[in-house]
Design a binder for this molecule. Structure first.
Ligand code: FES
Length: 231
């Protein structure tokens, strides 16, 4: 069929359809490529770079690069795995992530990626930035110390009129994702929970319930991230 194309990921031949991204083609064919900012159903922006692969020897983000016939892709190679690990390390040192005290521990994609990529002591110095916690909403705690700027909350948490609850504020190293004060005061329980679920880390916490599922029994406590898909 004209709409069918063939690519190779780590030597494995994959038949996919035109228009799919490399990430989609890989996932459909049981090949794991890690992601962080990517969220199914939301157009990819390629901002976190965790899903980087080498395409015909060039670094590309697999979530935003369309698969093209004849592409040769390296995914599970030492150089790429180390590149991904360095991104995770950068995220850890540029925020304040104290996993044992985080409600998201065990359900956190950043923590799970760090385990999967074998992160020990980051190669970069910790910055220990001073960041605020906004607990003014009756339903949500916005913990800036853990934000990884993935934009998932900005893109997915909207009211019926399409207005966004979260937005970027400031620039450069002052950049933060903030919850609109007025909308945060009236956000529903359902949407607050969804905001927490869509956040890959513990930067959005739904108030009123904590540690109801014990640490040690959570999603990534049982199995490493991506273990439902082949390496
Ligand atoms: Fe592709 Fe973040 S998942 S750039």
């Amino acid at each position: 069929m004209a709409d069918t194309i063939k690519i190779k990921i780590d030597g494995k031949e994959i038949v996919t359809s035109k228009g799919k991204t490399i990430l989609e083609a890989a996932t459909d064919n049981n090949v794991y490529i890690p992601t962080l900012c990517h969220f199914p159903g939301v157009p990819p922006k390629g901002s976190c770079r965790i899903c980087t692969v080498k395409v015909n020897n060039r670094f590309m983000t697999s979530c935003s690069t369309p698969a093209a016939d004849g592409m040769t892709i390296n995914n599970n190679h030492d150089e790429i795995l180390d590149f991904r690990k360095s991104i995770v390390e950068l995220l850890f040192v540029s925020g304040n992530h104290f996993c044992p005290a985080c409600e998201k521990s065990g359900n956190c994609e950043l923590q799970a990626l760090a385990y999967r990529l074998g992160m020990l002591v980051p190669r970069f110095p910790f910055l220990f930035p001073k960041k605020m916690v906004d607990a003014s909403s009756p339903k949500i705690i916005k913990e800036q110390n853990r934000c990884v700027y993935c934009k998932r909350c900005i893109k997915t948490i909207k009211d019926k009129e399409g207005r966004h609850y979260f937005a970027f504020n400031n620039r450069g190293n002052k950049l933060e994702v903030v919850l609109d004060k007025q909308m945060g005061n009236t956000i529903s329980d359902k949407l607050a929970q969804q905001a927490m679920d869509n956040c890959p880390v513990g930067s959005i916490i739904y108030k009123g319930r904590g540690f109801s599922q014990p640490i040690g029994t959570r999603k990534y406590d049982k199995e490493p991230i991506g273990s439902n898909i082949e390496d």
